[in-house]
Design a protein around this ligand. Structure first.
Ligand code: ADP
Ligand code: MG
Length: 596
């Protein structure tokens, strides 16, 4: 094809041909290490196959991808000339000028992947353009090119990468065990698969098929990846500059760390902790700090407002207005999830903060309009219903909705000083006393806080708490922070507080631990809504005062707890940290289990 140096008009006419990027463009492209480990090779090769409009991608790995990664696609393939150019540094068919980045549809644009990969491996590229009669094979050992030759091969491209880093022992030493590298490969495949449900992906490990994602639609793909009925589709109304479509699991499925939450911006998988946190915040207090939901979230944003040229591995993006993106994401998801406990503050009433005129307090705009408690519950019960892993009784989700549901249960025993066994009309109900009591206390605290009617109880023995100098410094600038939560504390030294009173609802808790943890929650993460901080701080306080494993309670006390559960608002079936409160075994199930 084209051998002469093409003008940009001819380039556009023959968009598929590869050319070297001009120096000034190279200088503007995020530089850095592209290939870190086998999974980074795989990501680049999958990106290339997708850019070549492949419909099927077959991946073969050996030894966690360190021994071999082979990626076969049925895409457009390359002409012999393009094949030769493809492994040159800064050779790409995808952009010609920097401004092309603004409207870029492809995943690649740096022209570096094949050059980098072929430089650190034993590399073979076999490719055949759709209209060509024969394929071209090109091989390289650590970047030393062997003269290309013709070969047999189907239309499309096969890239074989063996002995990664064989010529750079120092890098090879940093590779992890086969299972770890395989896990990275899996994650990479899952992200690719979630981003393109219409493409078929197959993974073979050491010759044995280990994953097959047949081409399907978006919901079909998330079911292939996460299992059936695990995630719920949440599509936000299309308004504003950020469109959101998510597939998220119930809070019980949350994991520590954001590894199972896959985020895509304009179709590209990205790793962005602020985006991940924005998703977690949308769950409100049902997710404890550090936990992230399982699922996939797709954001679509005007490409002009997203800079994709900020990371050598194209894993990060930058938004022209990040705050707007993060807040919109949380707000839209929170509405869809219906889990915005913080939103129960009535925006018309001044909050405790306003009243006291604290300058660093929250602005009223922090508080979002509230969904009705019923909506909230309805959504969560759908989410919950969708998680069959607990094998919770089917009618279970309607249970807590009916009036006086918990009070209608008859407590029959306390098990292991932790579980309350109850006889109900349709089954056996097993209640976690800590989760239940925590939920009750949190609801009461929340209500009292919202209506500014928090009852304070003076401590018989004021407690000394060492919170550290930093926290004390923070408190001196946020003087009302603790008092608005009903904690009366005064500085005792450079790092210590004297706690004199607590909210009556939690006054039985350890004042030192409770104050320390509440304070930590208030201080945590500067980019959260203030109302979120309050929420998690209240949840922590409730947790410190709640019944624990080992606390023996009478059946009468059990009944009182059940009645109080009915009185708490949404999420009766979860403690504020997201754990389920109740587990049900229906009599039908029991009879079936016992062969009746
Ligand atoms: P980039 O993807 O950034 O352009 P790469 O080094 O990954 O850079 O690839 C260089 C070029 O080789 C691409 O622009 C593309 O034209 C071509 N190419 C690479 N892989 C394939 C493939 N699987 N099918 C068709 N063309 C490919
Ligand atoms: Mg590429």
């Amino acid at each position: 094809m084209v051998n002469e140096s093409p003008t940009s008009a001819t380039v556009r006419a023959m968009a598929a041909s590869i050319a070297l990027l001009p120096e000034h463009v190279i200088d503007q492209i995020a530089a850095g290490e592209v290939i870190e480990r086998p999974a980074s090779v795989l990501r680049e090769l999958i990106d290339n196959a997708l850019d070549a409009e492949a419909r099927r991608i077959v991946i073969d790995i050996q030894g966690g991808g360190v021994e071999a990664i082979v990626v076969l696609d049925d895409g457009q393939g390359m002409t012999p000339e393009d094949a030769k150019r493809s492994i040159l540094r800064h050779a790409t068919s995808k952009i010609r000028t920097l401004s092309d980045l603004k409207t870029l549809q492809s995943r690649g644009f740096r022209g570096e992947a094949l050059a980098s990969i072929s430089a650190v491996s034993r590399f073979v590229l076999t490719t055949r353009a759709a209209h060509a009669e024969i394929a071209t094979e090109l091989s390289s050992e650590g970047g030393t090119l062997v003269e290309p030759r013709t070969a047999a091969g189907q239309p499309g491209t096969k890239v074989e990468v063996r002995d990664l880093f064989f010529n750079i022992p120092a890098r090879r030493k940093f590779l992890k065990s086969t299972p770890t590298e395989t896990a990275h490969i899996h994650k990479c495949l899952i992200r690719a698969a979630l981003s393109r449900p219409d493409v078929r992906f197959e993974l073979r490990r050491d010759g044995v098929r280990s994953k097959l994602f047949a081409a399907t639609d978006a919901m079909g793909r998330v079911e292939q990846v996460f299992g059936e009925s695990t995630v719920k589709e949440l599509v936000a109304p299309n308004e504003g500059s950020v469109a959101v479509r998510a597939y998220l699991a119930a809070p019980e499925r949350a994991r520590s760390g954001a590894g199972s939450l896959h985020i895509f911006v304009n179709g590209r998988p990205v790793i962005d902790s602020a985006l991940a946190r924005s998703v977690a915040f949308a769950y409100g207090s049902v997710l404890p700090p550090g936990k992230y939901p399982l699922g996939a979230v797709h954001l679509n944003i005007d490409p002009e407002l997203v800079d994709i040229n900020v990371h050598p591995q194209k894993l990060e993006v930058r938004f022209s207005d990040g705050r707007e993106v993060y807040e919109t994401l949380t707000r839209k998801l929170a509405t869809l999830l219906g889990t915005t406990p913080w939103s129960r503050v009535d925006a018309k009433k001044p909050t405790a903060w306003r009243q006291k005129g604290a300058s660093s307090g929250p602005s009223l705009s922090d508080y979002k309009p509230r969904p009705s408690a019923q909506d909230t519950w309805a959504t969560l019960s759908i989410l919950r219903d969708a998680t069959s892993h607990l094998q919770v009784h089917r009618q279970h989700s309607t249970f807590a909705e009916s009036k006086g549901a918990f009070a209608s249960l008859r407590p029959i025993a306390q098990l292991q000083s932790l579980f309350i066994l109850c006889e109900g009309q349709s089954g056996l109900y097993i209640i976690d006393q800590h989760a239940a009591d925590e939920r009750v206390r949190f609801s009461k605290l929340r209500r009292a806080f919202d209506s500014r009617e928090l009852q304070i109880q003076r401590l018989l023995f004021p407690a000394q708490v060492d919170v550290g100098e930093e926290a004390l410094g923070w408190l001196s600038e946020n003087a009302e922070a603790l008092s608005s939560l009903g904690i009366d504390a005064t500085p005792l030294s450079d790092s210590e507080l004297l706690v004199r009173a607590l909210p009556a609802i939690v006054a039985n808790g350890d004042p030192a631990a409770l104050t320390l943890h509440a304070l930590r929650e208030l201080q945590r993460e500067a980019d959260r809504n203030w109302s979120d901080h309050v929420d998690t701080a209240l949840a922590t306080m409730a947790c410190h005062a709640a019944l624990r494993r080992g606390d023996r309670i009478s059946l009468k006390e059990c009944s009182a707890l059940l009645a109080e559960l009915d009185a708490s608002e949404a999420f009766k079936e979860h403690c504020p940290h997201g754990r389920p409160v109740v587990f049900t075994i229906s009599y039908d199930e029991l009879e079936a289990k016992l062969g009746r």
